[in-house]
Design a protein around this ligand. Structure first.
Ligand SMILES: [Zn+2]
Length: 124
């Protein structure tokens, strides 16, 4: 798992760069929001999560594999992660936030362009 953890911050940096290039400002308030989103854009009231495909189980993604040993441990862990993600999204939405998720494997030119489009087209 060390490889997965070591690469963890790179996608977040790419998202950060794309957001600032598109002129979006984000503050530190994300730390106070449920689930501590990676970015919180207060002007458009949108929370963004950069989700690791493995830990958050990107559907149909090759990185969302299940390790062959300790299967029960992993399945329980994934289940807990997904339930927490769902609860977090619900809490944010009921506080009036839009929630966007970008999967790590989609943090590329196309995925970032889509994220920005989605932010620009979203509710004010
Ligand atoms: Zn993925």
């Amino acid at each position: 798992m060390s490889g997965i953890r070591a690469r963890h911050t790179r996608p977040e940096l790419a998202v950060k760069k794309a957001l600032s290039q598109a002129g979006f400002r984000y503050g530190q308030q994300s730390k106070k929001l449920p689930g501590r989103p990676d970015f919180a854009l207060s002007r458009v009231r949108c929370a963004i999560f950069v989700h690791g495909c493995f830990w958050h189980r990107h559907p149909g993604c090759k990185y969302a594999y299940t390790p062959k040993s300790n299967v029960k441990f992993w399945l329980d862990k994934f289940d807990a992660n997904l339930r927490r993600d769902k609860a977090v999204r619900k809490a944010l939405r009921s506080a009036g936030w839009r929630v966007l998720t970008i999967w790590e494997c989609r943090v590329n030119e196309r995925g970032l362009a889509r994220l920005i489009r989605s932010l620009k087209g979203g509710p004010k």
